[in-house]
Design a protein around this ligand. Structure first.
Ligand SMILES: Nc1ncnc2c1ncn2[C@@H]1O[C@H](COP(=O)(O)OP(=O)(O)O)[C@@H](O)[C@H]1O
Ligand SMILES: [Mg+2]
Length: 167
């Protein structure tokens, strides 16, 4: 099932589906080398979630957490919490941020470099790993643990079938 995106725009489109289809309380863990496209995918998720101000989306490498609030004018929009574990030493570094509390805030919680802090992730979590295929193509492999994430992945599979691996 891996999805291939052939441009930043396609990665953003994939992220948009995730942001739209994910329900609040969903945790999403991202992995992939520097420059793989994790932050671009989050940009799309923020669009799909309908956050109020897309210009806020940037890499939270130095601040651990960025918050993109839902749009008060759009009841269906969702707040997105964007975290990054690139520079942390372990899950304890996120204690001040209160990762578990974020999951209870009726928001989406997205963590880059998730595999660096596996103990932080809840049992129900969607994981996406990005591989750099070439300068403009990325391969996204997804796996879901837990009922909500499995259902999300099934909905995503239907929505994004057109992004299937092309030969
Ligand atoms: N298909 C693609 N999807 C996402 N980014 C791409 C793609 N092709 C090229 N790129 C480039 O790769 C880089 C991805 O950066 P970024 O999203 O910050 O990566 P990460 O957060 O994984 O370190 C950007 O410079 C972007 O222009
Ligand atoms: Mg990034």
């Amino acid at each position: 099932m891996p999805w291939i995106t052939h441009s930043v725009d396609e990665t953003i489109a994939l992220g948009r589906w995730i942001g739209e289809l994910a329900r609040t309380g969903q945790a999403i863990g991202l992995d992939g080398d520097l420059g793989a496209g994790k932050t671009q995918l989050v940009r799309g998720m923020a669009q799909g979630a309908g956050v109020a101000d897309l210009s806020l989306v940037c890499s939270p490498t130095y601040v651990l957490l960025n918050i993109y609030p839902a749009d008060p004018a759009r009841p269906a929009s969702k707040t997105l919490y964007h975290l990054d574990a690139y520079r942390v030493h372990g899950a304890a570094d996120f204690a001040a941020v209160g990762f578990d509390e974020l999951l209870d805030q009726n928001a989406l919680v997205v963590l880059e470099w998730a595999s660096r802090v596996p103990e932080l992730l809840p049992a129900d979590c969607l994981r996406l790993a990005a591989d750099i295929v070439d300068s403009c193509s990325r391969r996204w492999t997804a796996r879901a643990a837990g009922k909500n994430s499995q259902e999300l992945l099934a909905r995503l599979g239907e929505a994004c079938a057109f992004m299937g691996e092309k030969t």
